[in-house]
Design a binder for this molecule. Sequence first.
Ligand code: C2E
Ligand code: CA
Ligand code: CA
Length: 566
Amino acid sequence: MVTDGNNTIRHVNPAFTHMTGYQLADVVGKNPRIFNSGRHDRAFYHEMWQAIKKTDHWQGEIWDRHRDGTIHARWLTVSVIRHPDGDIYCYVAQFSDITEKKQRDELILTQASYDQLTGLPNRNLFKDRLAQEIKKSHRSGLLLSLFLLDLDHFKEINDTLGHDAGDELLKEVASRIKSCVREIDTVARLGGDEFIVILPEINSKLRIEMVAQQIIQALSRPFQFNQNQVAHHISTSIGIAIYPEDGTDMESLMKYADQAMYAAKHQGRGRFCYFTPAMQQNANEKMILIRDLRCALVRNELHVYYQPILDLTHQRIVKAEALLRWKHPQLGMINPAIFIPLAEESGLILEIGEWVFDQVIAHIQQWRQQYGDTIQISVNKSPVQFKQHTKLVWFEKLMQLGLPGNCINVEITEGLLLKDTPDVKNCLLEFRNSGIEVSIDDFGTGFSSLSYLKAFDIDYLKIDRSFTSNLTTNSTDNALVEAIILLAHKLDIKTIAEGVETQKQQDLLIEFGCDYAQGYLYSAPMPAEEFERLCNQQREGHCIGKFDLTAKKNPDLSGSEIAPHS
Ligand code: C2E
Ligand code: CA
Ligand code: CA
């Protein structure tokens, strides 16, 4: 487009007509003002003319109106052409349509700031907002609260109902959380099933609790997916950190909200928890323990204990479970329930797990050589250990010592089967091919999927202690335990009852047809030498401790795992 010294349109070319919809006849003699979209203010045009006057040139983005009324983004270059004496001869405007590019840029910006699934701000935008809100709170002196939310048992829904259902659930969760907060609050999704809420400008802590409670309630209402008429339940755990009481910068607030969230989960899920200094101390202690655990192996502080497993029909020790112990130089004996999760979190479980296995097979071989019989030892294998390719190694280690596969029984958790990844599948297949037996530990406490039991060729179910301890006359747990045993037997799976502490429990288990039992009634876990002594006494037919090892002694040992090897 060419305009004269008065900025009146003189010429346009066919490309102009194509882009703007105007013919030359429509615009000649007019001021380019007719293309104004209304999107720019006076200052914009003023600056543009200032530049043209000063440098004879301007270049930039401009929104113009098409003849059909639509608004387009253009990349515009204006150049001044002068007479030799310096007077303006004409202005030449060249432009191209960049509307599509602008739309693409905007989309990229949205993708960079918003979660595609839920439409909520993502981690990037959340961080920007939090930084701004912290500054505002600093100025206003009002409190700011950060909620970190994690859905309880989301993974199970995702695994069993599929990812589409999981996606739908997350969208619904996002909208339910938003319905509990104000316009000025930010709800963001950090990824997975983790959401975060910024509540700025808080006058009273009561409000914090109210909102937390509302969110928990909103998410406890059943969820329904499409055609599926079944209602699904989830719950959420919320960790709360407050600015400036708990922390004054973004990192510490996030860290503290996270610690509080774990505390909420730990306290039984479906609740909220404030950050407290005690939690910080806990976290510090945890770090120190992990540091110490790194050295525990080389310093010989770890020990494998054995807890006998009894064959209930013959009342004989036929197996044992290897249970790890940590004798800490300052803190004394540390319970595996405390340090195994730390070992899993830090990855140390890989090294420790291999060490346990090596100890166990060395003991089995030593006893086999000394006494001529083989006792099957159960080894706990954490889900973390299945991510690493150790599958062949265990079998190879057994072969090197000349031990049969079935001298090892690997205890895994129900959750592992649900994962159903190639790693898990291959590993379980290797176990089966090499004769290593597999037990499901703590059966009944997780998200049991019965169809997997058969698919994965499980050999034993270990009935969780929580069921065993409730075995009394006429409890519903009696029915549950009996049903588990029946079900297992129908699937050709043997049962081991855990945590048997009383004679009454044992009697009921025998009545229900349970195959094996383990618990304090017989013996607590004990060091290898003691366990060896106990087995020896059994071999000699002695009666030891609380139970009579000679009772119903079976002269034919071939049916039990302590059997002479040829
Ligand atoms: P688990 O596999 O369920 O082990 C059974 C736990 O119940 C053991 O606790 C045992 O001492 C305890 N127990 C046995 N009989 C009774 C009873 O009659 N009454 C009561 N109240 N408790 C009984 P422990 O040794 O503290 O082990 C805790 C958990 O640590 C184990 O639970 C297991 O999940 C994990 N763990 C232990 N050793 C290892 C290991 O070498 N590797 C891995 N990955 N995990 C291990
Ligand atoms: Ca176990
Ligand atoms: Ca168990």
